[in-house]
Design a protein around this ligand. Sequence first.
Ligand code: SF4
Length: 691
Amino acid sequence: MKTHCPYCALQCGMTLTPRPGGGVLVEPRDFPVNAGGLCRKGWTAAELLDAPDRLRTPLVRDRRDAPLRPATWDEALDLVAARVRRVQEEHGRDAVAVFGGGGLTNEKAYLLGKFARVALRTSQIDYNGRFCMSSAAAAGLRAFGLDRGLPFPVTDLAGADAILLAGANVAETMPPLVRHLRRARDRGGLIVVDPRRTATADLAALHLAPRPGTDLALALGLLHAVVAGGHLRRGYVGARTEGFAAAWRIAARWRPQEAERVTGVPAADQRAAAGLLAGAGRAYVLTGRGTEQHAGGVDMVSAWINLALALGLPGRPGSGYGCLTGQGNGQGGREHGQKADQLPGYRRIDDQDARRHVAAVWGVPAEELPGAGRSAYELLDALGTASGPRALLVFGSNPVVSAPHAGHVADRLDALDLLVVCDVVPSETALRADVVLPVTQWAEEDGTMTNLEGRVLLRRRALAAPPGVRSDLSVLRGLAVRLGQDAAAFPDDPEEVFAELGRASSGGPADYAGIAHDRLRDGEALHWPCPGARHPGTPRLFLDGFARPGGRARFAPVDHRDVTEPPDADYPLYATTGRVLAHYQSGAQTRRVPELVRAASGAHVEVHPDTARRAGLADGDRARVVSRRGAVEVLVRCVPGIRPDTVFVPFHFPGAERANLMSDPALDPVSGMPAFKSCAVRLTPANGEPA
Ligand code: SF4
């Protein structure tokens, strides 16, 4: 069976073959994004299917302090529906909230949004992709009028002479993508922006290591160097963009020497980077979470887009700007209605035409659709408060580990009247739930995913789910019917749901109307927009103009501002968080794969040897990393390639190693993205101060 990896947004092609004694064999196949390669997460993905603690029956708790016990599906769904009704009768419709995930298939994300707006009629729905992609999405919309992570196939990168990667460690997070960077690397054109000397930075001709949270100042320095060096593409800027003058008024103040003072990146390196990009025939600027996950993340991404526009890259064949989506369906997950402010097809929920269109597909009056709700962290922060939701339904997310200020989020979950979690395994969030519903996973169900380049692909059912397990679609249908909805309005067949998604998205920015499971089964992999059954899809966007008035991209007049929590005498270091090669997101899946646990069994703090020495620590010691919100206890790993003022902790691990116990929930005012990538901490020996 040809299918795709269950993890990241590259969605590598793989083949699953049943083994005679049980289980399945995973082999890579020749799909464009991975061209026969897989990372170790993909190679070991089959082990996820029979994880020893796989959930196989619904679980309910009779009282908050009682243990979870097995229940029948009817008992569990009846219980959830009755308690949802009671909460809404007592506290109003918005007292029930829904939290989705960027790993859900398009069908699940779509039906979840419909379930919230039609069956629950709540505005309170958001998802963990808010923590992942929202700043780049907002910046892309602002500049181009449309957000598709890569507006070109990932294979186009293979023809580039120069690529700047800002805050993306692809050599560890999506290794098969590195093959597409080879030409740029071999020509000395790979530039990596990261405060750590990552595996990706090791490949680069130029590694720029800014102080965390200063990427915008660095991008301004590079823009200044481009213009001062005579590299501004005046013809392109005049014909295809607007707003350059206002953006330049700010960048004119950011000579590379000034940017060096703020970022620590030598002015000569800034000029060299500008020269490499400007001198390349074909060049790309790509951003990742490192530059996006800040309280000023939208502006930071805008600054990189400004640089790309000044160089005339976006919307030109063989060049461009793109954002590297992280989660498996991070792209599709943000297009079909599980985001607080969106309806399917990437429509805005406050757009009256959009409301009428979607309401007609759903067969409900447009005025009955709720408005925009809270963004992800605002939603989690409000749980159980006087004005916040009293019940939460979680699908495909583990916020106890993945949300910022995770200790506080766990307290908010505990304050709820009802927590329901649908998951494959007993995640840290599921273990706090009143009701746990066991659901199918990737190889046990059909469903579409939209990868980082906007390519819609079909993940196929390769084997039967364990007895006792139901699909998320079936759970939504079961609950919707119990809440008084017509069963026909909540199909549990993925193909039927996808056909309805196509109708709901028709005419919207992310138009899937022409995509169908049978086209995908026939081997097509279609990039949206694809408005008709004979339409070939749109691998490359913007070649004839941007999706803005007049077809012009817009420079954003953005300026540097300091991080929300700069280091001080008590918390003298920056902490940043991220992923390691062996694990994925909250680790709920990969921490159950023995080979991956052997490769990385716990968290560590990556620290410069001089910084460790000053803290009385050496390689292999246990350390506490303490922020104003919480502390983690982790192993010390001394590496000379990290800035001495910065430490790094991976965020995949639970308990006392949860990096998000310390992370800063300050939010970007536009995107609602938390500041995962910078908070102030101190470093001490683990036994050096009380917990
Ligand atoms: Fe899976 Fe991503 Fe690894 Fe590819 S790079 S095998 S999609 S985790």
